[in-house]
Write a protein that binds this ligand. Structure first.
Ligand code: CS2
Length: 507
């Protein structure tokens, strides 16, 4: 029997290997060395690699242009250590229910690690070639108060970046310092393109950048407000974190090792306001919708897809499921998520042109049900404190204002509070990932006596976290008693019995 090949003897992805790929892998349709760079991207997670970098790769394949991406990891070297040895190349495994398409993406030129060399990041941001600065740094990367959209000036990273502006660590610090340098040198400005799931994401980012700049120099802040475009965008693709078994599966099917691969569903959507200072890739010719006003698309997406996703994650995890497709296969949970979308969320939305919201909601159930993705509920459940505002609370406020019922949202909120209490239905600990996790632990301690959780006190304390709930909701007695009722049910009887009870209550 032939000895097993060690990894070192196997083919590793890299420029030299591109011409030898098998027919089952698509490769970039351009000579990479002939294309220059045009984009600096902050936050090089799996989402960017499966979304914006793919659209940019398609645009360069079909229409050329110097739009390669210099990626920046703001925290750790992991992605750099995976991609740079592969010349920045990586594969996307695009997974339908029964087919997987493999495609190598060539648009990432190289990866920088900000904490190791902030000067190199500033140099890329200030270079004449950099015409777009884009971001996927997740909600918490904006160091803001989700309830108000204002900068959290007490955030340790923001204080640090204000104290030493020439060597920043945060995305805001890098953007402001690079714009200050450009202003000083009289260089043209880039477009700053936010690609995170925030409401009015471009406007939100602009306000934060201007607020941060104002703490350094009022003139700089006014100039940024005037000179730099921050188009809003809506991004959509389900991109679960890559697992070691995905890399192994790719190796088996494609016969090379790719430590930077990502997996995604087949569906992908990007809607952008067409306001760019110095050009952009031909995205509109490769499936991107360039529009005047993104808001209706963005609100529908955040409230429906992300809102339903979060509800699915907290309910599903507590009910004992690990993956989204498992939780949505549970009839009670899927009925709850469907009712939440059709009954409570959709009535608050303006239908964007060309989109039937009920059909959209139905298609989301199918997307969540994709078994190939193995999307962990734990991943979706992360950072809830940064997500609830745009996913649930906008809908909640709209309904309360209109005098409509909010029962399903109250139950969702109860599920979130139950989840961040940090133990599952078998009493096993949940490692809650959230910037406010320490605060949640303190609150839970105060609300627990002799091992029993005081649901009323817990709800009171949680909805009093102004950064999440603003100042208005804690005064709404009816909302709070609804959440207390459902939280008591969840604590006493668990998710599935609670959902049964909910269904038995006449509408
Ligand atoms: C998810 C999103 O992890 C999460 O919170 O809801 O990442 C979701 O998969 C994407 O926004 C889909 O476009």
């Amino acid at each position: 029997m032939a000895p097993e090949k060690t990894i070192d003897q196997e083919r590793r992805l890299g420029d030299r290997m591109l011409s030898e790929c098998g027919d089952n892998v698509a490769v970039p349709g351009y000579v990479r060395a002939e294309r220059g760079f045009g984009i600096v991207h902050l936050g090089l997670g799996a989402f960017h690699r499966a979304h914006q970098a793919e659209y940019t790769d398609s645009a360069m394949s079909e229409f050329g242009g110097d739009w390669k991406i210099v990626g920046v990891s703001l925290r750790n070297p992991d992605v750099r250590d995976r991609l740079n040895p592969q010349d920045g190349l990586y594969t996307i495994a695009e997974m339908g229910d029964s087919v997987t398409n493999y495609r190598i993406i060539g648009s990432i030129e190289r990866v920088l690690v900000a904490p190791e060399d902030p000067a190199a990041v500033l140099e890329a941001l200030c270079s004449a070639d950099c015409r777009i600065v884009s971001l996927t740094i997740t909600e918490k990367g904006y160091c803001h108060d989700p309830a108000t959209g204002r900068l959290n000036v007490e955030h340790p990273d923001i204080r640090r970046d204000l104290a030493q502006p020439s060597s920043p660590a945060t995305a805001l610090g890098f953007i402001v310092e690079s714009l200050a340098l450009r202003r000083r040198e009289g260089l043209p400005v880039p477009t700053v393109l936010c690609c995170d799931n925030l409401p009015s994401n471009g406007d939100t980012l602009r306000n934060l950048v201007v607020e941060f700049a104002g703490l350094r120099d009022a003139g700089l802040a006014a100039w940024i407000r005037e000179a730099v475009p921050f188009p809003n965008s809506m991004v959509d693709r389900i991109v679960p974190a890559t697992q070691p078994e995905d890399i192994e599966q790719l190796r088996k099917v494609c016969a090379y090792v790719d430590n930077g691969m990502v997996k995604a569903e087949l569906f992908s959507q990007w809607v952008i306001e067409d306001r760019f200072a110095r050009g952009r890739p031909r995205w509109e010719s490769v499936g991107v919708d360039m529009v005047e006003d993104v808001e209706p698309f963005e609100i529908a997406k955040l409230r429906l897809l992300n809102g339903a996703h979060s509800a699915l994650a907290y309910m599903g995890y507590l009910a004992g499921y690990q993956f989204a497709h498992e939780a949505i296969a549970d009839d009670q949970i899927s009925r709850f998520v469907e009712n939440l979308m059709h009954e409570e969320i959709i009535p608050t939305l303006h239908e964007p042109d060309g989109l039937d919201l009920h059909e959209y909601a139905n298609s989301l159930i199918d997307r969540f049900a994709n078994p190939a993705l193995r999307h962990r509920l734990y991943q979706i459940a992360m950072d809830g404190s940064q997500k609830l505002s745009q996913r649930w609370l906008g809908t909640l406020r709209d309904r309360l204002r209109a005098g409509e019922t909010v029962e399903l949202l109250a139950l969702s909120l109860a599920a979130w509070i139950r989840y961040v209490a940090g133990f599952d239905e078998n009493g096993a600990p949940i490692d809650v990932q959230d910037p406010l996790a320490a605060e949640f632990r303190e609150i839970l301690k105060r609300c627990t006596e002799d091992g029993l959780v005081d649901a009323e006190r817990l709800v009171e304390e949680m909805v009093s976290i102004d950064a999440v709930f603003g100042a208005d909701l804690k005064d709404n007695g009816a909302l709070k008693s609804g959440v207390v009722f459902w939280l008591s049910q969840l604590l006493g009887n668990g998710v599935l019995t609670t959902l049964k009870l909910r269904e038995a209550i006449p509408a």
